[in-house]
Write a protein that binds this ligand. Structure first.
Ligand SMILES: [Zn+2]
Ligand SMILES: [Zn+2]
Length: 291
């Protein structure tokens, strides 16, 4: 079976692996989205680290599914405090070998209803992350920093709950995409900001009203220091959110059919490195690999 794994230098490599064996259900992968967190691991992570977690697949009984790659315990102090992605049990990877493979084993599968179109199952996990994080964002006027694929999901989720959404992106074409979804592009202050692009953190901090909230939704680049001066002077709150929980996966499955999903660039696994380059250059809103 073919799968993309990390080699000794942490670089992605298409290799032949033995069939994944139990535990877990056998899933034939139909598509897997490339996430910023996958790209982040390239050149850094050790061989064997999970690649690919935005998955649509098919069970042996023919059911179309998405799979949960991590699951919190739900009962520890961190889970009960709402920080499920920091739960000890959440570290454990529940799929093997990963989403960029012909087949995988998964302990937690969720059936996709017919309302979720072919290959749209790859959006369930990213959307689940947005839905979970959105609970930390006070309602009102919200700035979305970065109008890539995640930014577009954010604009829609916030607008659907009645927020006034302002979007920023250095790229005119990406900003136009967010405006088509109802985002404004004025320069007035906002009550909260969602940062989906690390480079925008300081600009977002300066635009927040006193007492405002900044949500850190993507890994900050190492070379982007955050100025805390505005946090001090304007008594701002900075909150982080990473990953999702089963309840938000279920909510996302319900919501996917109602959203305008960003355009995807579909490539075969053989062209994995090319897809990564495309992502890094910003040449595609979303890269999805099919075995
Ligand atoms: Zn992801
Ligand atoms: Zn827990």
């Amino acid at each position: 079976m073919r799968a993309v794994v990390l080699d000794a230098d942490g670089q992605p490599e298409l290799v032949d692996l033995p069939e994944p064996i139990a535990p877990g259900r056998l899933v034939r992968v139909r598509a897997c989205g490339l996430c910023g967190s996958d790209v982040e691991k390239l050149g850094r992570a050790a061989p064997g680290v999970l690649l690919g977690h935005e998955i649509e697949g098919e069970l042996e009984d023919g059911n179309r599914v998405t799979v949960l790659h991590r699951v919190p315990c739900g009962v520890c102090a961190r889970c009960l405090a709402g920080h499920e992605s920091t739960c000890e049990q959440f570290r454990e990877v529940r799929i093997a070998p990963g989403g960029f493979a012909e087949r995988l084993r998964a302990s937690h599968c969720l059936v996709l209803p017919g309302t979720v179109s072919e290959l749209d199952g790859v959006w369930v996990e990213p959307l689940a992350c947005v839905l979970r994080a959105a609970e930390l964002v006070p309602r009102g006027r919200v700035l979305v920093v970065g109008c890539g694929a995640m930014g577009r999901l954010w604009v829609q989720v916030l607008r659907r709950r009645g927020d006034e959404v302002v979007a920023v992106d250095p790229r005119a074409d990406r900003l136009a995409g967010a405006r088509d979804l109802g985002a404004l592009s004025d320069c007035d202050p906002v009550g909260s900001a969602v940062v989906t692009a690390a480079a925008g953190t300081n600009a977002a901090l300066r635009r927040l009203d006193p007492g405002g909230t900044l949500l850190v939704f993507s890994a900050p680049a190492d070379d982007v220091p955050t100025s805390l001066d505005a946090v001090y002077r304007n008594e701002l709150r900075i909150v982080g959110s990473r990953s999702a929980t089963p309840a938000y996966f279920r909510a996302a499955i319900e919501l996917v059919p109602a959203l305008v999903l960003p355009e995807v660039t579909v490539l075969p696994l053989e062209r994995f490195r090319e897809g990564v380059d495309l992502y890094r250059r910003g040449g595609a809103l979303k890269v999805v690999f099919v075995p």
